[in-house]
Every structure is written in structure tokens, then in C-alpha cells.
Design a protein around this ligand. Structure first.
Ligand code: PGA
Length: 250
């Protein structure tokens, strides 16, 4: 059966000291529900985060990685390097990576392959822009993002895939998809995966919602049958807010 997951994407926030402070606060919180808790600090603080969480149930993820194993790619970090410090989950395809760093579905397919080759779990983000939704094209956009980056995979690879539907218009804007909009899209995503693979793959994949999730709206969104948790940005930077969201599963 699929897992509930609440993942905090810290983006480019928190230096070494602030990372330690937030982790200390997170470790004092009680996870009262059944959700797996993941945090994704910046690359430079990943190892210290991983190390200080070794005695806790909180998992550490990277926010990105390069598709090559190694080589002349100045400034980049490979899946093998992440595995080497104990990090085995990576967020790929975040809309900020797509928008500001020109990451295409085709590039993301290569990153997906490299992560899976290194036995990593992927939190794969995708979602439509506001104009797509206004034009009624949100399912087309989401369907093709899935197909282009993930549908070359064998069914067996899907045990290492977590999906994160993040409508771009809801990220960091304070505007959240309504619980019904989230449920409708998650059901569409699950149906699309079932049609490509089978109902087993579709029923077992966790589909997270992301975009302005807060303590005040988490319970209602996570209460929908096809929503298996959230990818949290702004609200993941405060231990109280983040764990209020985690404990929406209590
Ligand atoms: P937000 O970000 O919660 O601040 O909207 C979500 C995300 O970017 O994953």
C-alpha cells in the first residue's frame, strides 16, 4: 500500500547554522501520524543534516542532481555523490528548476534514469501553469509531463518513484488548489499511470500535492483519497508549521 509522505523543500534557504537550528527544533517534534517526514536542505548542508538526523526518523533528500555520473560539469553534483553521503532521495523536476534552469522533460528523463541507476528514490514534480488551467489544458500538460519524463520506465522502477503534483500558480503565491482541484488532478494522474502500466503500480505510487500547503489547509487537502501527502516550501522553514502539517495525518 502506498505511503503518506510530507516533504519539506527548503529551496535556497538556511545556512549551516540555521540548518542545525531548524533540525534541532524538528527533532523535538512528535510525529503523531503515519507520514514519512523528509527534509531537503541545500547541497552544502546535506551532509551535516544527514549526520544530525541519523538518530531520527526524518529522511534527508537533495533538491536536484546532475544526470551524468561524473566529469567536466563545473558546479554540478551526481547521484553517486549523494549516495556517497547517505542521501538516497532526490527531488527532480521542481517548477523552479524547469523555469529558471531550463530543465526540460527530456533532460529530466535523463536525471530520472541516473537516479534510478544509483538506487535512489525520486520525488518527481510536475504541474501546469496558470494559463494552461485557464485554457482548460491542465490535464494535457500534466499528462505529457508524466509521459515524457517517466513513461519510458519499467513498471518495477515505479517502487522508487513518488509523484508531486504542484500547480505552478499555487507555488509560493499563497493561492492553493482547492482540495477538490487537487483530488481531481491526483485521480487523473493515478488513472493515467494505471492506463500506461496497471492498477497495482497506480495504487502503490504516492502522489503528493504541493503549492501553498499550510497548517490551516493541510488536513482538508490530505483528507482527499488520492492525495498522499505534500511537498511543502515556505511552511517547511518553521518547525511548528511543518509539524502541524505532518500531524495533519494524526
Ligand atoms: P510553497 O512551495 O509551499 O512555498 O508554495 C511548494 C514547493 O515549491 O514545493
Amino acid at each position: 500500500m502506498r505511503k503518506n509522505i510530507v516533504a519539506g523543500n527548503w529551496k535556497m534557504n538556511n545556512d549551516l547554522g540555521a540548518t542545525a537550528t531548524l533540525i534541532t527544533a524538528l527533532k523535538q517534534k512528535k510525529n503523531e501520524g503515519n507520514a514519512e517526514v523528509i527534509i531537503a536542505p541545500t547541497f552544502v548542508n546535506l551532509y551535516s543534516a544527514f549526520d544530525s538526523l541519523s538518530d531520527s526518523n526524518i529522511t534527508v533528500a537533495a533538491q536536484n542532481m546532475h544526470q551524468a555520473e561524473s566529469g567536466a560539469y563545473t558546479g554540478e553534483i551526481s547521484a553517486g555523490m549523494l549516495k556517497g553521503i547517505g542521501v538516497d532521495t532526490v527531488i527532480l523536476g521542481h517548477s523552479e528548476r524547469r523555469a529558471y534552469f531550463h530543465e526540460s522533460d527530456e533532460l529530466l528523463a535523463q536525471k530520472v534514469d541516473s537516479a534510478l541507476k544509483n538506487n535512489m528514490r525520486i520525488i518527481f514534480c510536475f504541474g501546469e501553469e496558470l494559463e494552461d488551467r485557464k485554457a482548460g489544458k491542465e490535464e494535457n500538460v500534466v499528462g505529457s509531463q508524466l509521459k515524457n519524463a517517466l513513461f519510458h520506465l519499467d513498471a518495477s522502477a515505479w517502487s522508487n518513484i513518488v509523484l508531486a503534483y504542484e500547480p505552478v500558480w499555487a507555488i509560493g503565491t499563497g493561492e492553493t488548489a482547492s482540495p477538490e482541484q487537487a483530488q481531481d488532478m491526483h485521480a487523473f494522474i493515478r488513472k493515467t499511470v494505471a492506463e500506461k502500466y496497471n492498477s497495482d503500480v497506480a495504487e502503490n505510487v504516492s502522489i503528493l500535492y504541493g503549492g501553498s500547503v499550510k497548517p490551516a489547509n493541510a488536513k482538508e487537502i490530505f483528507g482527499k483519497p488520492d492525495v498522499d501527502g505534500g511537498l511543502i516550501g515556505g511552511a517547511a522553514l518553521k518547525a511548528d508549521d511543518f509539524f502541524d502539517i505532518v500531524n495533519a495525518f494524526a
